[in-house]
Every structure is written in structure tokens, then in C-alpha cells.
Design a protein around this ligand. Sequence first.
Ligand SMILES: Nc1ncnc2c1ncn2[C@@H]1O[C@H](COP(=O)(O)OP(=O)(O)OP(=O)(O)O)[C@@H](O)[C@H]1O
Ligand SMILES: [Mg+2]
Length: 504
Amino acid sequence: MTKLALAAKSVSMTFGNVKVLHDVDLSIGQGEIHGLVGENGSGKSTLVKILGGIHTPDSGSEVRLHGNAMNLPVRDPQQHGLAIVHQDLALVESMSVADNTGISTGYERPLTAPISSRREAEVVGKLCEQFGFALDPHRLVGTLSPAERTVVAILRALRQLGDGDQRKVIILDEPTAALPRGESLRLLELLRTMAGNGTAVLYISHHMNEVLSVCDRISVLRNGKIVATRESSSASEAEIVELMLGYEIGEFYPDKPESSDKVVRLDVNRMTHGPVSELSFQARQGEIVGITGLTGMGQDDVPYLLAGGRTRLSGEVTVDGVATDGEPRSAKQLGMQLVPGNRQRDALWLGGSASENLTLPFLKDFWRRWRLRRATEHGFSDSALHDFGVRPLRPSLEITKFSGGNQQKVVMARALRQRPGVLLLHEPTQGVDVGAKKEILNVVRQAATDGAAVVVFSSDAEEVAQLCNRVHVMRYGSISATLTGSEVSEDRILTLSQQSSVVE
Ligand SMILES: Nc1ncnc2c1ncn2[C@@H]1O[C@H](COP(=O)(O)OP(=O)(O)OP(=O)(O)O)[C@@H](O)[C@H]1O
Ligand SMILES: [Mg+2]
């Protein structure tokens, strides 16, 4: 038996009067990659936050690092060789890549010397080189894509661990949620190398194929309890998913809509701005169009140029024949709804409750005789939360207290309750568990059936292939290939995306 690097024993956590973790036992050996899976809200991040000292667990809980019982809450986990990539990344937008990695580890300098940004950039540049990440250390985090932000958080964790020979543990809470496939594969390889050198890894993900391929063992959390720990070599995806959900998931993807020859609802004509260059495409009533490509090919900018308030340099966009200027207000008036990829930054009012977040666009409907009718408002939120399977079903709970996947469902519910004519979805199932993913995809399918033109901007080739009846692959800002009907497949999408990187 290898030595234990990290052990949680009888860890419980209660928020107010709600117990979200029940006597969790979890142990990871040195050099082991241990997967932790579970539905949205099952308690994965809460456990991570306890291990990182952010939450104090209930009394009776025990956390051991390298055999030593820690005082709780855990203090300075870094001192004990424990680094964490948290789900919300916790980066400072207004600081550079290098400063974000240095801020928590201490900068590279003699005690009294000032911080040298040149030296800092060198240190981070070397780390990037060593681990195969391409990222300019001087760039401001605020200007980075979700994938690049994840890399910064990973670099920070690697820098925290240092290269001494101290025993190490790294915890990653959904690190690949925003990463494209190529980068996810690289990260998984990196984890294998680290484990090979004796580092213990706790790996959280909703991508079952990743978990099964990279982990030695997998623990399943359901409603705050560990219901099973299995060797990956003898477990199947269906078995793990059933353990997670408590039921068999069956056929996962909804039927695709028929190719539509109905009216064009969204017409994009030679749109140009930043990485997007002369982009033209259309979306018709009742169809689901996918737009994908390798990182940096411009597809992540498109939804924001259409409806997110970013001004376009040139080109024309019409919704149902009426020109839009890209301002959120006019986009909305024309029936265009955007569900952004970075929900916390772009789609939620973090100071508000789930109900407040849901009803913001409808508040005027709840005013009667100079008063906001709270009961009507709550009735509306109750039914929306219920229809979209948001858990817990508590409209008055602060939105930040919902798990990531459930926050995403709230954002989707708000967009769909406005009955959009054009629905733009940027990475709609990022960070969403398999059960909820199925629910969300069904909702998207239903929106198309109800007559919306849906455009999905996603780096998940499988999702795009299974959901869309037309897929455009972008390369250097415009469309390089289009697949329709039976041509649409995950393999074809991946091949076409890869091809776009070698040319030029
Ligand atoms: N500060 C808090 N106060 C009250 N409840 C909370 C708080 N933080 C989390 N919760 C609740 O604890 C439960 C577990 O949440 P947690 O974030 O750990 O889930 P998760 O497994 O990480 O989900 P996801 O896959 O969506 O990230 C949820 O029901 C959540 O609403
Ligand atoms: Mg989580």
C-alpha cells in the first residue's frame, strides 16, 4: 500500500441548517490520481474548500495531510505542499498573468528588493515552457479567454508547489470545463507525469471519459455522501453515471431538428472585428447551428459581437430582417438572447438571490399599484426553477450559494422565459453534470421546436455533433468548412478543426 498523501475522515459540513456533506471519507495515496464525480450540488467544491481552508467543517471532521492531522480550518495549505485550482479560478482581472501567479506564492526576489516584472515574467515564461502552455506572462487576465484563465490558475498552482522534493498534493476542481480538447489532453498528460513523480492528485470533472482514462480510482458523491469508490480499470461510464444520479440515464442526446428550409431569423453578413473577419452565416427558424473551431479562431467573440455590447467594425447583422447594432438593448428588443460562457461575470448579479436573478428582465410585470408583488414574483421564479430542474428549489437563496451547474440553469431559464427568436448559447453545458446536461440540451431542442433559431458556440465537438443540424468550423475569423445533415459527426468536426491549424 502506498503512503497516504491526503485523507478526509468523517467530514461533514452544514450551512445554516442544511447539511451538504455527510461523513465523507476519502483517501488518496502518493502518486495516485483520484477522481471525484457527482451531480451539480452534490458537494464536490464544498469538500475542496474545506481541504483548502475556506470552509470550517462540522466538529468531528478530520483532515490528514501526509499522515498529520490538520487543525481545522486548514491553514496555509500551501505550506503543506497542497495546491488547489478552484472552480471559480479566483483570479484578479486587472493584474497580469505573472502577477496573478506571484500574488499568492510570493514573488521571485531577494527579501527587500522590489518586484521585478521582468524577472516575474521570466519565471512564468519558464513554467509555461516546461509545461507546454503558450501564454504571454505580461497579458492582463481581464483580456484572456476562459481557457487561458484556466491555464493561469493551473500555473499558479504549479508555482505554489515549486520544484522542491517536498511531498505534494494538487486538487483540480473542474479544470477542463473551459478548456478545448487539445489543452485538456495536455493537462491530463501533465497530471500523469506529476503522479508518476509521486504527486497525489484529486481530479474533479463532469467529463466521464476523462475521469475514467486518467484516474486510478474514482469516488462518487451523491447528495453529500460518498456512495462508492471504484478502481477505474474495472468501472464503466454507465455504472459511474448511474451511481452519480441514482438512475440510468438512457439515451443521452435529443433527436436533432430536421434541416430547416424555413425563414432566416438571424443573418450575419461580413461581420468584422478583432479576430473575427468577414464572417457570414445564417440561422433559420427551428434549426440549431453549431459554431466551433480551435481556440483563438474567433468563434468565442462572435456571440458578444452579435448581442453582448461589443461594437462591430463592419458588416451587417439582421434579426427577422431588422438590422441590429450589437447593443444588448436593441438585440433584446429584436428577440435575441445571449447566454454567455462566463456566467458569474457576464450573466449573474452575484449580490442577488436566484429569484432576483431570474426576474430582473420581468420586474415590470410584477408591479401593481406602485408596489412590487413579491408573491407573484416568487410564484414565477418557483415555476421557472422547477421547470428547469434547479436544485435546491429555493428561490430566495443567494445565487452564489447554488452550485455552478445550477447557476447555469438559472441563466438558461431566464433567457428562455423571454421566448427568444434567436438564441445564442456560448458553451451552454460547461460545468454542468451529465443529468443536467441532458435536461439543458432538451430545453435547447425545445426552443428550436418552438421556432427559435439557435446558435451554439461550443468547443465540445461531441455536443455540437449530437445537437446541431448544421456546423460551421471557424478558422482565422471566418468559416472554413460547413457540415450539414448526415455529414455532421464528431470525427469530421475534429479533423476539420485540426486542419485549420496547420494551414498557413
Ligand atoms: N456558502 C454556502 N451557503 C449555503 N449553501 C451552500 C454554500 N455553498 C454551497 N452550498 C450548497 O452546498 C451544496 C453543494 O455545493 P457544491 O458547490 O459543493 O456542489 P458541487 O458538487 O461542486 O457542484 P457543481 O458540479 O455544480 O460545481 C449545494 O446544494 C449548494 O447550494
Ligand atoms: Mg463545484
